[in-house]
Design a protein. Structure first.
Length: 370
């Protein structure tokens, strides 16, 4: 193993020097800030000490190729009589020079792209998550990721970072399913999407129940969806009537329950919801719907406040309105519960999809490139 240290101004310089001297297989082992050695230089800008390594056999092969390259490139023009031979030698020199220049430009471009990608990553993802930033820096150092950042790198990082977190892991969808969440996060539309998918794609029978009698428009909207799909629909105005209303839906495979929207600050409304939920059977799944277009502090507050409703999993809505993806990291750091669905539009049922980690990375990657 060949190990070499460079004192450079930035990582771009280190990459170019390492690739040129040790070959493209060279990897970054470590980096640390340093100052120039003399005492009078203490007030000068810090530099980086970068340690690079490459296998000895690979280095020897690269060294021989480099020597041969330089021998051809900088040799004196041979004394030949043939004009064709002279032209060919000149052409070869020009080709080699162009190749070298292009290689250096490519290395610079890769370094610049990586730097820009990381700036976007920190601005759009890690700005509110110091823990994620710290782990990402450690991950890069561990794996020697000092070239162009790839989608696969991000996927691997998220998988390693949240290996013990069941975020985005599969969770069975039960018979009785309740959606809770603040007003305006899209619970009613989400229920329509889930009902359509279960009915049309899974051949399940579905029934809808709503306790959101505060918003007449929401009740009428859900009733209209039920009529279009040809499925039963019931409303509950008193918690004590829930048992009787559920009996009306006893013949269906899946029951979806729409609830009152409540701000995390509205304690009275949250108590009303708890009163309704207490009358439901214990054997149920409760899903917290969160709009991903909300700011990070609001998302954290919702996750914390709604814990008293004992939700089992999350449904993330309005991904089509997201301006950055720091909320994904915030959710992963503030809950150990899985995510069931993503919703990214108003179309029923097209804009509903089961939550998968690869999809998160697709959203993130598209955002970083934009």
């Amino acid at each position: 193993m060949i190990i070499k240290k460079y004192v450079v101004h930035d990582m771009k310089e280190a990459l170019i020097r390492a690739k040129y001297e040790l070959g493209k297989e060279a990897i970054i082992v470590s980096q640390k800030p340093v100052r120039p050695g003399r005492w009078y230089q203490l007030f000068r800008k810090k530099m980086l000490e970068v340690t690079v390594a490459v296998e000895e056999k690979v280095h020897e092969k690269n060294r021989k190729e480099k020597e041969e390259f330089q021998k051809i490139l900088f040799s004196k023009e041979p004394q030949v009589k043939s004009e064709n031979s002279s032209d060919m030698i000149q052409m070869a020199k020009e080709t080699l020079k162009n190749t070298l220049e292009r290689s250096i430009r490519n290395e610079l471009q890769k370094a610049q792209e990586m730097e820009m990608m990381e700036e976007e990553l920190h601005r759009k993802v890690f700005s509110e998550s110091p823990l994620a930033k710290e782990k990402f820096d450690g991950y890069k150092l561990k794996h020697g990721l000092e070239e162009k950042l790839t989608k696969e790198d991000l996927l691997q990082f998220v998988q390693e970072m949240y290996l013990e977190n069941p975020f985005l892991k599969e969770k069975p969808f039960g018979r009785l399913n309740v959606l809770v969440g603040p007003t305006g996060v899209g619970k009613t539309t989400t229920i329509a999407k889930i009902a359509s998918t279960a009915l049309l794609e899974e051949n399940k029978t579905v029934g809808l129940l709503t306790i959101d009698t505060y918003r007449i428009a929401a009740v009428e909207q859900l009733k209209k969806y039920a009529e279009i799909l040809g499925i039963p629909f019931v409303t509950v105005e008193d918690p004590k009537d829930i048992g009787k209303k559920l009996e009306e839906l006893s013949g269906v495979d899946i029951i979806l329950v729409d609830t009152i929207g409540a701000s995390p600050k509205d304690e009275e409304r949250l108590e009303d919801i708890k009163g309704y939920l207490s009358e439901l059977p214990e054997e149920r799944n409760t899903y917290l719907s969160i709009s991903m277009s909300q700011d990070t502090d609001t998302v954290k507050r919702i996750l914390k406040t709604y814990k008293e409703l004992r939700y089992d999993a999350l449904i993330l809505t309005k991904l089509d309105e997201v301006e950055n993806f720091r909320n994904f990291w915030s959710i992963m750091e503030n809950t150990v519960l899985p995510v069931q669905y993503f919703c990214h539009g108003q179309e029923v049922p097209e804009d509903l999809e089961e939550a998968e980690l690869s999809r998160v990375l697709t959203y993130l990657w598209e955002e970083l490139k934009s």
